[in-house]
Design a protein around this ligand. Structure first.
Ligand SMILES: CC(=O)[C@@H](O)[C@H](O)COP(=O)(O)O
Ligand SMILES: NCC(=O)COP(=O)(O)O
Length: 252
């Protein structure tokens, strides 16, 4: 079984488009959990255009009310404090999520579009990973499907990788054959990462259609899905959408 973690960034984006608290993120996340989500993912950025710093602790508390619901915070460990944003690692410190997914986004990036390049000096990253692990968090690194890069992950101390699946989603949209070819590369990389002792997560632009293939990724533990899931929920309703993901992932 593959765990479904619902990324609620896009729900925060709607809330932030007006003053007030509608939709309420904690209520929305509770609803997701009660309808079958097994985790909640947030990706705060310094401009706080979607998840805000003050959303983090209430969401962590919500997840802790349920025995097996994982709270996953994604973001750039180098994102420093900016206004009311206290910095990524400070958010991790106060919330102590089950999982921290480190992502090498620049502060002004529209969305995540690449994994870590570990070919340089990784001392700072290793210290950041050690900081998160000392808080009791599992640490996952956002990575491209690239063997040369993946072989460098174990020495950082990370527990898992999250494959950046944007290129797979693009290939899937191009043609069935391109999707299959791209999937073959991810499958090879997943087997390699597993052989190094790493757990496997995946995310970015996954949806109900392309998950029919991607759910078969070897050793896949967890997917985090937000953008498409939000749109699918508008079309089909949240309950039906989550039910369809869970049915897909249950037999993965
Ligand atoms: C790491 C990753 O792929 C996701 O966190 C994604 O970046 C979230 O997307 P948005 O923040 O654009 O909703
Ligand atoms: N880690 C990926 C994630 O949380 C959601 O990405 P997307 O489905 O919003 O593209």
């Amino acid at each position: 079984m593959v765990i479904l973690s619902v990324n609620i960034n896009k729900i925060a984006l709607i809330r932030n488009s007006r003053e007030g608290n509608n939709p309420d993120l904690v209520s929305y996340a509770r609803n997701c959990i009660e309808l079958g989500a097994q985790g909640i993912t947030v990706h705060p950025r310094p401009d706080q255009r979607h998840i805000r710093a003050d959303d983090i602790v209430p969401l962590a508390q919500l997840c802790s009310e349920f025995p097996n619901i994982e709270f996953n915070i994604e973001g750039n460990p180098n994102a420093e404090s900016l206004g009311s944003y206290p910095g990524f690692l400070e958010l991790v410190r106060i919330a102590k999520p089950h999982q921290v997914t480190l992502v090498p986004d620049s502060d002004d990036q529209l969305t995540s579009d690449h994994g870590f390049d570990l070919s340089g000096d990784n001392t700072a990253l290793e210290q950041q990973i050690a900081f998160c692990k000392a808080l009791g968090c599992r640490v996952s690194l956002f990575m491209d499907a690239d063997i040369e890069q993946l072989q460098r992950v174990p020495s950082t101390g990370a527990d898992r990788v999250e494959f950046y699946t944007g290129p797979f989603a693009d290939a899937w949209n191009e043609s069935e054959q391109a999707g299959k070819d791209s999937f073959a590369l991810y499958a090879h990389c997943a087997e390699f990462a597993h052989s190094l002792g790493l757990g496997i997560n995946a995310g970015h632009d996954l949806n109900l259609e392309n998950m029919r293939l991607f759910k078969s990724l070897p050793e896949l533990s967890e997917v985090s899905i937000g953008h498409a899931l939000t749109i699918e929920s508008l079309e089909q309703g949240l309950a039906t959408t989550l039910q369809r993901y869970r049915a897909l992932l249950a037999d993965a």
